[in-house]
Design a binder for this molecule. Structure first.
Ligand code: ATP
Ligand code: MG
Length: 503
């Protein structure tokens, strides 16, 4: 049997049931998914893909792109999706690192991709456009719509996903069949997904959030999804009145929904669940969303290497600013980053994770992999604490910690205080090299519309709220914070921009 696809196949409610409903009209059924993924699996095999071979894919979101993920799993291959924002130069790094057998690219870059493939020894290049057309689907159309799934065990690789590269060069995380299956089954139950659900799927397919969390949960619940090529707040809101029951999004989805005057209790009456993750959700967004819709957004925490680790509860309090409890089969502990000592409730340290969701290691980086594990726990790189009630709080990334004059400053604490000042929309706090202090706490602030806040006013507002060493030495104003496609603030860009501030 094929560990992951066997489970997906067994969960199919009825082949005639819609799996992907297109917002513009029309739908693809579970039967269609089986047929197209079989044709694509046959094509992959015809192009030389053997079990364990990588299939690299850099395409826009489309129904065939979704089926291609299933095809790769069925063929026993290792699916390797790439962010469409990557330039050809960046793609070259990923292809030379992963050595795929097949590269599926956008038709627009076919010529360059073929030249690259030849240089790197990639056996075959196929194209797939945003409209679902290209050499891939053309060639697959002539092939049988049945395929005998290649046997794969729980520990065999199903995918290599590169991390988002927020803190440095993206690393290839090796994910096994059981990493993906166990996590999706846990989430389906924890979030109560059933065949009656219709998920608004507006996330990209190259990241763990849209590819594994959203897609695998839908598949294993035998549910349906409204398959949106990208997120559009107005469209999403309209879909909420047309049978949708749930939404998975990054925090920016929710801030954009809040900008829609039509976001009301009535407009969201059919929705049972709003989930947020991939980046911190502002407590203010959580509060405003609940006020407008009556729904408390359920925030969860995960990462490419582990899938999902924690989640706010389905029943029970979903607490803003926390990422909830460890999932049923996931162990979480907080350790002192220097000594490795396990810390107690409310003590801030490095979050470590253990469970069937934790990846097999970084692709071809055994030393890096070994150094990221501590007594069998994966060192997440995120700093946080577990409070007395068991809720996990993230205070930021280890790499974002500011050490000023020997004191630790957690950016999130300072950001929270700045965000609470009237006239502030959001902020990012970074450490910038400082001749006296090592690093100087530095704030980058986005003002609310029409607000005319000054640096002095921010200083004055913070003075009685924060210890002196935590106060920003400088405050800069920008129109918006630099974010990547998953809504993550790119602090590395900010650190680069302001690096000479104290010189
Ligand atoms: P890289 O590892 O290459 O620097 P990345 O860590 O941003 O990139 P991902 O695996 O996409 O790549 O993101 C995982 C990270 O996202 C987590 O380690 C955490 O810092 C952040 N994250 C995810 N969900 C949440 C959340 N709910 N609240 C706060 N941070 C979150
Ligand atoms: Mg990371």
């Amino acid at each position: 049997t094929n560990h992951l696809f066997g489970a997906i196949r067994a969960a199919i409610p009825d082949q005639a049931k819609p799996l992907a409903i297109h917002p513009a009209g029309g739908a693809e059924t579970y039967g269609d998914a089986l047929a197209l993924s079989a044709q694509l699996a046959n094509l992959l095999v015809a192009r030389g893909v053997k079990p364990g071979d990588r299939v690299a894919v850099q395409v826009e979101k489309s129904w065939p792109a979704f089926a291609l993920y299933l095809a790769a799993v069925r063929a026993g291959a290792v699916y390797l999706p790439l962010n469409t924002a990557y330039t050809l130069n960046e793609v070259e790094y990923f292809l030379s690192d992963a050595e795929p057998t097949v590269f599926v690219c956008r038709p627009e870059i076919a010529a360059e991709a073929k030249a690259l493939a030849q240089k790197l020894g990639v056996a075959a290049v196929e194209t797939l456009g945003a409209d679902g057309k290209g050499s891939l689907t053309e060639a697959a159309a002539g092939l049988p719509a049945t395929f005998e799934d290649v046997a794969r065990g729980p520990d065999d690789l199903a995918a290599i996903l590169y991390t988002s590269g927020t803190t440095g060069r993206a690393k290839g995380a090796m994910l096994t069949h059981d990493n993906l299956l166990s996590n999706a089954l846990t989430l389906k139950d924890y979030w109560r997904f059933t065949a009656g659900d219709v998920l608004i799927h507006a996330l990209p397919l190259f990241h763990t959030h849209g590819l594994f969390v959203a897609s695998n949960v839908v598949l294993l619940a035998g549910a349906s999804m409204i398959f949106c090529p990208k997120f559009d707040a107005k469209e999403a809101l309209a879909l909420m009145g047309k049978g949708a029951t749930s939404l998975m999004g990054v925090p920016t989805f929710y801030t954009r929904l809040l900008d829609q005057p039509g976001l009301t209790k009535e407009a969201t009456a059919g929705m049972r669940l709003f989930i947020s993750g991939s980046a911190p959700l502002l407590a203010e967004t959580h509060r405003a969303f609940e006020e407008r819709t009556g729904n408390a957004i359920l925030e969860r925490y995960g990462m490419t290497e582990t899938g999902m680790n924690t989640s706010n509860p389905y029943d029970g309090a979903r607490i803003a600013g926390t990422v909830g409890f460890p999932l049923p089969d996931v162990e979480i502990r907080v350790c002192d980053p220097e000594t490795g000592r396990v810390l107690g409730a409310d003590e801030i340290g490095m979050i470590e994770v253990k469970g069937p969701n934790v990846f097999k290691g970084y692709w071809r980086m055994p030393e890096k992999t070994a150094s990221e594990f501590h007594d069998g726990f994966f060192i997440t790189g995120d700093l946080g604490k577990v409070d007395g009630a068991g809720y996990v709080h993230i205070v930021g990334r280890g790499k974002d910690l500011v050490i000023t004059g020997g004191f630790n400053v957690y950016p999130k604490e300072v950001e929270g205080e700045i965000d609470a000042i009237p006239g502030v929309q959001e902020s990012a706090v970074i450490g910038v090299a400082h001749p006296d202090f090592g690093e100087g706490v530095t704030a980058v602030v986005v003002r609310s519309k029409d607000a005319s806040l000054t640096e002095d006013q921010i200083h004055a507002a913070l003075e009685n709220r924060l210890a002196k060493f935590k106060l920003p030495k400088r405050v800069f104003f920008v129109d918006e914070l630099p974010r990547n496609t998953m809504g993550k603030v790119q602090k590395n860009i900010l650190r680069e921009t302001y690096k000479d501030t104290y010189r």
